[in-house]
Design a protein around this ligand. Sequence first.
Ligand SMILES: *Cc1c(COP(=O)(O)O)cnc(C)c1O
Length: 233
Amino acid sequence: MIIDYHVFEENLRKVRGRIEQSAMVAGRSSNAVQLLPVTKNHPLDAVRFAYRSGLKSVGENRVQEALSKMDDADEEIFWELIGPLQSNKVKKAAERFYRIQSVDRIKIVNLLQRHAAEAERNLRILLQINTGNDPNKSGARLEDASALLERALSQPNLKVDGLMTIAPLSSDLNIARKSFASLRKCREELAESFKVDLPELSMGMSGDMQEAILEGSTIVRVGTALFGKRDYA
Ligand SMILES: *Cc1c(COP(=O)(O)O)cnc(C)c1O
């Protein structure tokens, strides 16, 4: 671990302050915004820090890395997958994660249903939408969101909690904000046409959580601002 617990606590205090401030500006309750600590590329200690501070859910980017942390953790953690999911990892993912935020194609919906049913589990999912039309980002295209949701809603072992997006990489925060607004609009249209509640909007990270909260984010996924820079070596 590159930081110690006291540094983490201080970072957490600052992140909570940013969330409260943006919620206030948006006229929203900060309780309506869940802070999901992102522990990818950090050792299990990062998960333990989060847990110790009262954050029981963590976001992980890669199935393999998450599974090995799950094996080592004694704490009861709600593991959420926020990174791309390949077909050959779906079985493990369906067995072990509490929620999968990165469901972006029908093939993965079908496989998740099959493996969740085999494991006799109900699995929560979010549909990841590429609202920024960023060719470097995964996520379903906006025009495919409706077909994806239709398929997901008809799966007995899957529960669609809402939508997720990653803003395009840009130093212009207006671009991020537009992509968040677009996810919110997408949610409104889908909820209306399918007559379902899609309560969760997972959007916003260390660099753009304020913009996301202003656009209605209910889950911000925060790594760097809590745990420091990741080591990609
Ligand atoms: C890494 C990651 C995050 C956290 O990013 P930070 O900039 O470190 O806060 C959030 N969401 C996804 C999907 C990620 O892969």
